[in-house]
Ligand binder design. Structure first.
Ligand code: AP5
Ligand code: MG
Length: 218
C-alpha cells in the first residue's frame, strides 16, 4: 500500500511520471487535471463551472475539486494505493484529503516535488499533445509512434487549450502563489522529497524510484 502525491509546476512531468509509477507499482492514478478535462469535454455541470477557471489557467475552486476527488476515492477505494497527480494544490485541499483518507483508514506516505524551470516548462507545453484519456506525448522529446494518434488507445491527439504560452506563464504564476505554501505544509510534516524534473523522462522515473526505496516505501 502506497499513497503518493506528485507536486510540481505545470509541465514538470507529473502526468508522465504518474503513469510510469502507477504502471510499475500497480497503483491507481488520480489526476484532477484529467478528471476536469473529462467533465469539460462531456459538458457536465461541474465541467461548465470549472471551465471558466480552467481556460484562463486559474485554479478551479477548492470546493469543486475536493467534491470531485471525494467521489473518485470513495467509488474506487484503491486497494493497492494511488498516485495523486495535481491534487492537492492548496493547503485547504490537503486538509480535506487528510480527512477523506482518515475516514477510510489510509494516509499519505510521501510527497514528491518534481522541479523544473520556466523556459523548459513553456517548451514542453508547446510540444505537448494529449489523448482524451490523458496519455501524454511531446512531438520532439516523446513522440507517438503513429503521427497524430495515441499509441495506447488509438484516439486522436490534441493540444490542450491551456498550453498557449501566455496561459502557461499564468499557470506558473498561480503555482507559485497558491501551491508553494503547500510545499512548506508538507515539509513541516517531513513528507517532501525533491526530484530534478529537468532530467530526461527515464532519469526522472529512476530518481523517483530511488526516493521511494530510500524512504522505505517499497
Ligand atoms: P493539470 O492538468 O494538472 O496541469 P498542470 O499542473 O498545469 O500540469 P501539466 O499537466 O501541464 O504538466 P505535468 O506536470 O503533468 O507534465 P506532463 O507529464 O504532461 O491541471 C490543469 C488545470 O486544471 C489547472 O490549471 C487548473 O485550472 C485545474 N486543476 C487541476 N487540478 C486542480 C486542483 N487540484 N485544484 C484546482 N484546480 C486544478 O509533461 C509535459 C510535457 O513535457 C509533455 O509533452 C511530456 O511528454 C513532456 N515531458 C515530461 N517530462 C519530460 C522530461 N523529463 N523531459 C522532456 N520532456 C518531458
Ligand atoms: Mg498533467
Amino acid at each position: 500500500m502506497l499513497n503518493l502525491i506528485l507536486l510540481g509546476p505545470p509541465g514538470a512531468g507529473k502526468g508522465t511520471q504518474a503513469l510510469a509509477i502507477a504502471g510499475s507499482l500497480g497503483l491507481h492514478r488520480l489526476s484532477t487535471g484529467d478528471l476536469l478535462r473529462r467533465h469539460i469535454r462531456r459538458e457536465s455541470q461541474l465541467g461548465a463551472q470549472a471551465r471558466v477557471f480552467y481556460d484562463k489557467g486559474e485554479y478551479v475552486p477548492d470546493c469543486l475539486v475536493v467534491a470531485m476527488v471525494k467521489e473518485e476515492i470513495t467509488s474506487f477505494l484503491p486497494e493497492n494505493g494511488m498516485v495523486l497527480d495535481g491534487f492537492p494544490r492548496t493547503v485547504a485541499q490537503a486538509e480535506a484529503l487528510e480527512r477523506m483518507l482518515t475516514e477510510i483508514g489510509k494516509r499519505i506516505d510521501t510527497v514528491i516535488e518534481i522541479d523544473s524551470d520556466t523556459e523548459e516548462i513553456v517548451r514542453r507545453a508547446e510540444g505537448r499533445r494529449v489523448c482524451p484519456e490523458g496519455h501524454t506525448y511531446h512531438m520532439v522529446k516523446n513522440p507517438p509512434r503513429s503521427g497524430g494518434r495515441c499509441d495506447v488507445d488509438g484516439l486522436p491527439l490534441q493540444q490542450r487549450v491551456d498550453d498557449q504560452p501566455d496561459t502557461v506563464r499564468k499557470r506558473i504564476t498561480v503555482y507559485h502563489e497558491r501551491t508553494k505554501p503547500l510545499l512548506t505544509y508538507y515539509a513541516a510534516k517531513g513528507l517532501i522529497q525533491r526530484v530534478d524534473g529537468t532530467q530526461s523522462i527515464e532519469e526522472v522515473t529512476e530518481s523517483i524510484q530511488h526516493v521511494l526505496s530510500n524512504v522505505g516505501v517499497r
